[in-house]
Structure formats: structure tokens, C-alpha cells
Design a protein around this ligand. Structure first.
Ligand SMILES: Cc1cc2nc3c(=O)[nH]c(=O)nc-3n(C[C@H](O)[C@H](O)[C@H](O)COP(=O)(O)OP(=O)(O)OC[C@H]3O[C@@H](n4cnc5c(N)ncnc54)[C@H](O)[C@@H]3O)c2cc1C
Length: 457
């Protein structure tokens, strides 16, 4: 075993058990980081397995009752897992996929296989924290997780950051140490698992889709095909064709001016560190680099910091006190226009720009970032209470966006509706109070909004 396992800032141990000296394998419980390359969690699991002279298994539990996902998400995820299974096989790593809730599934698998160590990947959302707590008492060997989907380990920030400004100041000191090239580790004792590989390796996870009773009302989309190779292809094309214009185009919803990599990041099909490293080491293009790394590292990691430290991240209660007070003070303001959830869902508002954004999300599984801000702020303006607005925005975002159910989504909604990571904006307004406002007129003038509306009418 590498001596430094527990001292690594990416590693958290969830129980107090030692690595089992008579263990037969090391298990990597793949959860959030759904990739075989550039994966800190997998690499660490392989390193440990090699040091212990043991083989490694990748275990994946596909929860049949996972409530907020639907066919759109499942389809994309399984496309990615097909690639994972195939790359794992090339390395002689059995990829075991059980259709089961993770806690009972991993516990059962571990009881059968007698692992020396179980390594998982980190996921800061509440449900995943609960899984880890439950597993900590059911597993009988050391159980750690690795923070594989951030550039700078989340553990280096001890508390909730107030804003992107406070995060930026701290994270910039750490970036040079962590924004390094990644190198994959190869397992060397896999021959011991030839039988398990033959019997239990799942070659095509997507074939299991039929066994899952998921909500099929939200159809898969053709605009995004899941998998690491698709993510890489998309990113390379962006770097070649669009990156130089990123700072100019990124707030133009009618143009393809951003990476559209967020669904791949959400499912961990691509490594954020590798993307950031490729951006950082591009020659020239200082402005574009700064703008994209700000989103990819500072904004994304302040969102992860928020959900890690604030379990109320999916409600208005997680937002700053000034914003909650101000919104509550304006709760009884007259709302000239009020819509219900169904009106929003069916893009049935009086505002063609808002409707276009909603249609983009429903039909393509992704909405442009600039429109996301407008979209959520208008939900606040057109509902009876900010609490209801928050709930509607999260529900629609999680249902239709391929990148939904993500720290970025909860933080984005909290920013737009609850002033999270923002400051009070005077003068005080009806409904919004001191929360920053966006008007139809000024928003539509900032880009070719007619073209965008035409694209999604
Ligand atoms: C109301 C609202 C809801 C949002 N919901 C989600 C969501 O569900 N999932 C999601 O991933 N993002 C969400 N965002 C953040 C952001 O809009 C998207 O990440 C971005 O538009 C995705 O497009 P892209 O990959 O082309 O971004 P690019 O501009 O190419 O940026 C690259 C990456 O940087 C990160 N990033 C970019 N903007 C932000 C931001 N404002 N905050 C945090 N990270 C950012 C993302 O990981 C993104 O993929 C939301 C924002 C708002 C205001």
C-alpha cells in the first residue's frame, strides 16, 4: 500500500477499518466519475491494487429506483458506460454492473469478493453523502472516496465560500499545484481475475436498459451522444474552431460559442483537470483562456463548494440571509402575470424569448448559459412565491437538462432566484427586492434574439 493514501487531499476515509491483509481484490466503486482514462479515483485504486499485488474490479450499481433521472439521462449515461466496459476489458478489468440500489449492491458484492480496500469517487450531493454514510457501517474493509472531478480538491476549502470572488482569491493559489498533466496507471495483477472477467464482465451496459423502470416521458436527444470519446471529439472541435472567439461569443445564445461539454462533465465522462490543462497549455489566446478557465474551475468549483458545505442547496433556505429577507419582504407584491408549473413546462408564456429557451431545453437537453439566467429569473417574476419559483426551476432543470441534478444547477438556480454568490442590487424592486433583475428589453438587445427565437419557436 502507498503510505500516503490517507494524507492525499483528494482522499476521504469513511470508516475506521484498515486495509484487509487477507483481501483478494481491490474494488473501484464507480459512481460519479464514469470514465477509464484520466480518473484520479480509478488511478488511485489501481496504484493500491498494484502495491498490494492484487487485481482490481470496477463495480457499478445502477439504481432502478433512482427517482430524478429519466430515459434521456439513462440513455446518455449508458452510452458512456458501454465505452467504459469496453476500455475496462482492454485492461482485463472486470466491469461488474448490477441493477440494484448502491448500498445493498456494493455491500453484497463486497461480502462475496472479500476486498482489501474499496475506493469510490466523490459526489457532494446529499443522496450520495447518505450512501457513503450507510456504506461506512456495512463494509468490512477500509472504504475511501477520491475527489476525481475537480481541479483543486474540495477538502482544501474548510467552509462555504461567500462568492466567486472569495473562491477565486483562494483557488488561484492552489491551481498551479493541481493543474498538472494526468497519467493513467495500468493494473498488473489482472490475470488472477480471468474467471470473473469471463463470467461477470458486462460488455454492453446499454442492453440492460429494458430492465429499468424509468420515466420514459422525456426522450433521449440526438444532439448529445454519451461517452468519453464523444466528449473528447466535441472538445477538440471546440478548441480548433471556436475557442479563440470564446470570450466574444459565450453570451450569444444564437451562436455555438461555448463548449457544450456540461453533460459530459456531469456524468464524469471527461476529466475536468485534463480539459483545463489542455486549455491552459494552448499557445496564446490569453483572454479566451482566462474566460473559459474562470467558468471551468472558479465557477464550477464554487458551486461544488456550496453543495458540499450547505445541505440546503436545493432550496431558498440555502441562500444568503439578505436575499431571503428581501424576497420575503416582497412576497405579497402584486404579480401582474402568474403562471403554473404546466404553463412553464409547455413553454406557454407570453414571452417568446423565455419560450424559446424552454423549447431548447426540452428538445435538445441543454440550454445556453446566458438564457439559463434569464429563464430562472423570469420564473421568479411569474410565480406566487420565491419558494415556488425555486422549486419549479429545479424541477424543470433536473428533468430536461442532460447536465441537470448537478451542483452547477442547484447553484445556478440559487444565484438567479436567491442571489447566491451575488451581492444586493439596488434600487429595490417589486418581487425581486435586492436580487439582481434581468429585463426582456435589455436581454434581447444583447444578442441576435430574433434568430434565437426563430431557432426554437
Ligand atoms: C439557472 C441556471 C441553471 C444552471 N443549471 C446548470 C446545470 O444544471 N448543470 C450545469 O452543468 N450547469 C448549469 N448552469 C451553469 C451554466 O449555465 C452551464 O454550466 C453552462 O451554460 C454549460 O454550457 P457549456 O458547457 O457550453 O459552458 P462553457 O461556457 O463552455 O463552460 C465550460 C464549463 O464551465 C462550467 N461552467 C460554465 N458556466 C458556469 C457557471 N455559471 N457556473 C458553474 N459552472 C459553469 C460548466 O461545467 C461548463 O460545462 C446553470 C446556470 C444557471 C444560471
Amino acid at each position: 500500500m502507498s503510505k500516503n493514501l490517507y494524507a492525499n487531499p483528494r482522499v476521504t476515509q469513511h470508516n475506521r477499518l484498515p486495509i484487509k491483509h487477507d483481501g483478494q481484490i481491490v474494488i473501484y466503486w464507480m459512481q460519479r466519475a464514469q470514465r477509464i482514462t484520466n480518473n484520479h479515483a480509478l488511478n488511485l485504486a489501481i496504484e493500491q491494487a498494484n502495491a498490494l499485488h492484487l487485481p482490481l474490479v470496477v463495480y457499478f450499481a445502477l439504481d432502478p429506483a433512482f427517482t430524478s433521472g429519466n430515459l434521456r439521462h439513462l440513455h446518455f449515461m449508458l452510452q458512456g458506460l458501454d465505452e467504459v466496459a469496453s476500455k475496462a476489458k482492454d485492461l482485463k478489468i472486470p466491469f461488474i454492473l448490477d441493477v440494484t440500489p448502491p448500498v445493498s449492491g456494493l455491500t453484497k458484492f463486497s461480502n462475496q469478493q472479500n476486498p482489501a480496500l474499496i475506493v469510490g469517487d466523490e459526489n457532494p450531493l446529499n443522496y450520495a453523502m447518505q450512501w457513503r454514510k450507510d456504506l461506512a457501517v456495512t463494509l468490512s474493509c477500509s472504504f475511501v472516496t477520491v475527489d476525481a472531478d475537480v481541479v483543486v480538491p474540495t477538502s482544501l476549502f474548510f467552509k462555504e465560500e461567500y462568492s466567486a470572488y472569495t473562491m477565486r482569491r483562494k483557488i488561484k493559489q492552489w491551481i498551479p499545484s493541481f493543474l498538472q498533466p494526468m497519467k493513467d496507471v495500468v493494473p498488473v495483477f489482472q490475470d488472477k481475475l480471468a474467471e470473473l472477467l469471463q463470467k461477470r464482465h458486462v460488455h454492453r451496459p446499454s442492453a440492460l436498459a429494458d430492465q429499468l423502470d424509468v420515466d420514459s416521458s422525456v426522450a433521449p436527444v440526438v444532439q448529445f451522444i454519451g461517452g468519453t470519446s464523444q466528449a473528447t471529439k466535441r472538445f477538440r472541435r471546440f478548441m480548433k474552431e471556436t475557442f479563440a472567439k470564446y470570450s466574444h461569443l459565450r453570451n450569444k445564445p444564437e451562436a455555438e460559442g461555448t463548449t457544450r461539454i456540461s453533460p459530459y462533465l456531469h456524468f464524469g465522462q471527461v476529466s475536468v483537470q485534463q480539459l483545463a490543462y489542455d486549455i491552459q497549455t494552448t499557445t496564446g489566446l490569453v483572454e479566451a483562456k482566462e474566460a473559459l478557465l474562470e467558468q471551468l474551475i472558479v465557477r464550477r468549483e464554487v458551486a461544488i463548494n456550496y453543495v458540499t458545505h450547505n445541505p440546503l442547496y436545493d432550496s431558498l433556505k440555502g441562500c444568503h440571509e439578505w436575499a431571503q429577507k428581501s424576497l420575503n419582504k416582497h412576497m405579497s407584491d402584486l404579480r401582474p402575470i402568474v403562471y403554473l408549473y404546466e404553463d412553464f413546462e409547455q413553454a406557454n408564456t407570453h414571452d417568446p424569448l423565455w419560450n424559446a429557451a424552454q423549447v431548447q431545453m426540452v428538445t435538445e437537453g441543454w440550454m445556453h448559459g446566458y438564457m439559463r439566467m434569464y429563464w430562472a429569473k423570469k420564473i421568479l417574476e411569474w410565480t406566487e412565491t420565491p419558494q415556488e419559483a425555486f422549486h419549479i426551476a429545479i424541477t424543470l432543470n433536473d428533468k430536461y437538462q442532460l447536465d441537470g441534478r448537478d451542483p452547477n444547477g442547484y447553484t445556478g438556480v440559487a444565484w438567479a432566484i436567491g442571489g447566491k454568490h451575488d451581492r444586493p442590487w439596488g434600487p429595490e424592486r417589486q418581487i425581486f427586492g435586492l436580487v439582481r433583475y434581468m429585463s426582456y428589453e435589455s436581454t434581447r438587445r444583447k444578442f441576435k434574439s430574433k434568430l434565437y427565437i426563430q431557432q426554437y419557436s
